[in-house]
Design a protein around this ligand. Structure first.
Ligand code: PEP
Length: 259
């Protein structure tokens, strides 16, 4: 039995236009259906590009799919003169449950600071979205051995001042940058080390009850073949999957990690 309901999340990144996205989701739903997937036991979420969300909403609602979805980013603002940005309000209206905040590609390609990310976490909650806050170190930091401190620093800055009630619903994804899209997967013990450290830090910042409720994911080159070992770790409550989420069969095999 799981302490927390596992979350298997697929980040499509900038792949799958609105037609391809629907096909992928339909295939995923069929595959999970065939495998008698129990959504109450394991939650499945996809993060399509913004332009796919309306189609995803229609498909999920129309076919009553056991899949939830979210945006890959949101603005820290609610509306106004922010050309190209997307408000949490809009995501909420499209039925999103989750939103990624601080994915390493947002941090590096768009130079998003922890201050901005802290505001984005707040904006997500303002619009009833659950943030999936991504944290994790780059290769140099890992090699220097300061990866735990680095990652906890990001965590502290990004949740600074957030109340315990909100934090209890938060999802934190530990994604070592050196393992994202590289085929280099962190060992289950590396994932556990960091997830345990994150939970301990949340216990310090809040309390044990709150920290026990937070779901912690690992992300970085997760595939059907390595998912089970990672998900067996005590403090790992799910995975965030990039590349392998673009293949319905492969993603479904991650969802079925128990068999
Ligand atoms: C990601 O983008 O969150 C990710 C973990 O990518 P990949 O699975 O391709 O490493």
């Amino acid at each position: 039995e799981f302490v927390r309901r596992p979350l298997i999340a697929g980040n499509w990144k900038m792949n799958m236009d609105h037609v391809q996205g629907i096909t992928l989701l339909q295939k995923l739903a069929w595959t999970l259906d065939d495998a008698n997937h129990d959504h109450n036991r394991v939650e499945v979420a996809v993060f399509p590009p913004f332009t796919d969300l309306r189609g995803v909403q229609t498909l999920v609602a129309g076919d009553d799919l056991d899949v939830v979805y979210g945006g890959q980013d949101l603005s820290q603002h609610d509306s106004g003169a922010y050309t190209g940005d997307i408000s949490g309000q809009f995501l909420n209206k499209l039925g999103c449950r989750y939103v990624l905040v601080g994915h390493s590609e947002r941090r590096s390609v768009h130079q998003e600071s922890d201050e901005t990310l802290r505001a984005k976490v707040e904006a997500a909650y303002r619009h009833d979205l659950v943030p999936v806050l991504c944290v994790g170190e780059g290769l140099e930091i890992r090699q220097a051995g300061t990866h735990v401190e680095h990652t906890l620093e990001q965590l502290r800055a990004d949740v600074d001042g957030l109340d315990a009630e909100k934090v209890a619903t938060l999802v934190v994804a530990y994604e070592p940058v050196w393992a994202i899209g590289t085929g280099e997967v962190a060992g289950p013990e590396d994932a556990q080390e960091m997830c345990a450290a994150i939970r301990a830090e949340l216990t310090k910042l809040y309390d044990a009850d709150t920290a026990e409720k937070v779901r912690l994911l690992y992300g970085g080159s997760v595939k059907g073949q390595n998912a089970a070992a990672i998900l067996r770790e005590r403090d790992v409550d799910g995975v965030l999957v990039g590349g392998a989420s673009l293949d319905a069969g492969e993603f479904a095999s991650i969802v079925r990690f128990e068999n």
